[in-house]
Design a binder for this molecule. Structure first.
Ligand code: ATP
Length: 246
């Protein structure tokens, strides 16, 4: 029985400012029910790939100049970020964008804006169930919570739209190792128990390959390696260049 493909990125090229070629033909697929990691060093093109998918490049003067992006077999190149949310795809941007002046709970409620069925209260409980820390801090102004809590808040807010797929950009950034483990553990839980599929961009290859099912490694805008996470973990080149244990 074959696995259902949700997202299919086919040979995309991205150019910034009409001249800077940053993605040079990137292809990847995200299967339903999987955690797919997009790996690579600083500037490899991970964020650009995620933004190309969720149509967030225009404000940065970037554009997809070649290739195609499909979600459930439908082209989504012309779908705005909010249309994508309706289709089930939401991006959690790098740097955990929470509204600093709103409380954690108010932040979470802003994520329910696409819903019409009044299920927000139940979803809030679902989010608190996965993120007990957010429940404890629900009345706190987000700007006064820790980096880890803000990252949780950003993921929690995305969950409030009941996404099928979350594009998660660098969840480990700036967080202590223990918190990184905690957040990846929650991602795994959400994947297993809620069936949320993830495409996550990470510089932290080590942790990403422990939690992901499949990985793609980007270098200078090209996929240089891909495979099941367990195989990538054992690959000598990956060990030497990305896992730091040659
Ligand atoms: P990071 O971990 O630093 O976010 P990344 O793999 O996500 O790295 P990108 O942010 O996608 O990499 O950047 C890829 C390349 O594109 C880099 O060389 C970067 O300098 C360039 N770049 C990113 N945004 C722009 C922009 N708005 N204009 C021009 N070049 C850009």
């Amino acid at each position: 029985q074959s696995v259902e493909t949700l997202l299919e990125v086919n040979n995309i090229e991205v150019i910034y400012n009409h001249v800077i070629l940053v993605l040079k033909g990137v292809s990847l697929t995200v299967p339903k029910g999987g955690i797919t990691a997009l790996l690579g060093g600083n500037g490899a093109g991970k964020t650009t790939t995620l933004k190309a998918i969720s149509n967030l490049l225009h404000s940065e003067r970037g554009e997809v100049t070649k290739g195609s992006i499909e979600y459930r077999g439908e082209p989504v190149a012309d779908s705005s970020p909010s249309e994508l949310v309706k289709k089930g795809v939401i991006q959690v941007m790098e740097g955990r964008h929470c509204f600093e002046h709103l409380t954690i709970e108010e932040n979470l409620m802003t994520g329910a804006y696409t819903r019409r069925d009044g299920g927000a209260a139940a979803d809030l409980e679902m989010v608190y169930n996965y993120f007990p820390r957010l429940k404890e801090r629900r009345k706190s102004q987000a700007g006064y919570t820790s980096g880890g809590e803000q990252q949780m808040c950003a993921i929690g807010r995305a969950l409030m739209s009941r996404p099928e797929t979350i594009l998660l950009d660098e969840p480990s950034m700036g967080l202590a190792p223990q918190l990184v483990e905690e957040i990846f553990g929650i991602v795994k839980n959400l994947n297993e128990k809620e069936g949320v599929s993830f495409l996550l961009a990470e510089q932290n290859t080590n942790v990403a390959l422990r939690f992901a099912h499949h990985g793609y490694i980007l270098e200078s805008g090209r996929v240089v390696m891909e495979g099941p996470a367990a195989e990538l973990r054992e690959n000598p080149d990956v060990k030497e260049f990305y896992l730091g244990m040659s």
